[in-house]
Design a binder for this molecule. Sequence first.
Ligand SMILES: Nc1ncnc2c1ncn2[C@@H]1O[C@H](COP(=O)(O)OP(=O)(O)OP(=O)(O)O)[C@@H](O)[C@H]1O
Ligand SMILES: [Mg+2]
Length: 279
Amino acid sequence: MSRQAAKELSAELGRSPGQLKGRRVVVAGKGGVGKTTLAASLCLAAAAGGRRVLALDQDVQQNLAYSLGYPPGEADGLRPITDRADYIEQKTGARPGGQGGLVSLNPDVSDVIERFGVEVRENLGLLVMGGVVHSSTGCLCPENALLGALVRFVETRDEDLVVMDAQAGMEPFGRSVTQGFDTALVVAEATFNSLKVAERIAALSRELGMEEVDLVLNKVYDPVEVEAAAEMLPFEGFDHVYALPYDPTVRENEPDLSAIIGGGGPYSEAVMELLGHLD
Ligand SMILES: Nc1ncnc2c1ncn2[C@@H]1O[C@H](COP(=O)(O)OP(=O)(O)OP(=O)(O)O)[C@@H](O)[C@H]1O
Ligand SMILES: [Mg+2]
């Protein structure tokens, strides 16, 4: 399917959005700050607690699957949704370029996962966006629009959790994507550059109508760093500020976080607490 067709398909899907229930979280921030680690950890913790979780990988590197503990051999063979646009079109009845045809699907989360994604473990599904950044524009616009449309199209229940591991930087924040979400968790290390990027992402998230925008300070060695960060950037654009400790077991277990989430270590405990605040 062409990029133009992907664009048209997303417009068609957008005509019949779902009810947007549950928590819908975008995990964003500068490169390397710990977005994938946090996104995967939240998904694993919530699924272990019995909630239905949909994990979305917007990064073209597609490494969320590994972090969720999906077997690497199988993860390499995951087909991204951008490869499946023909199938989505066929199943949904959304016709690119069609004259307002009826969208026939009324899927719940598990249904969408069954059709377009994979089940990583009980209660936990994964959709991988895929796509290739075109060097001429640097834009993944049609791919992002298709992902955003699918997210809005998914029928969710109140206790469900949708978590998107966003690409680094500002690029993920088109309106077409952010409309499917209510909360931005902006991850930053306690350094000036990282905090500056977080501040810009927070401002843009607000502009695009995100209801809640929180700062997550990650890899914190010492609580003193949080105070120092607050002096660098007064945290004004954020509803809540969380701190996650530097935890060597995160690196040691890389990429699979399923071994440490729920295991009582410092990172796991802090993520559980954060998840508790999101409810
Ligand atoms: N709290 C932590 N303690 C120790 N190491 C961490 C912590 N959080 C993340 N890391 C490590 O930092 C590195 C970067 O993490 P991660 O891949 O999650 O970042 P990212 O923001 O998704 O990066 P990218 O922008 O490349 O997608 C990884 O090696 C990860 O194991
Ligand atoms: Mg990542």
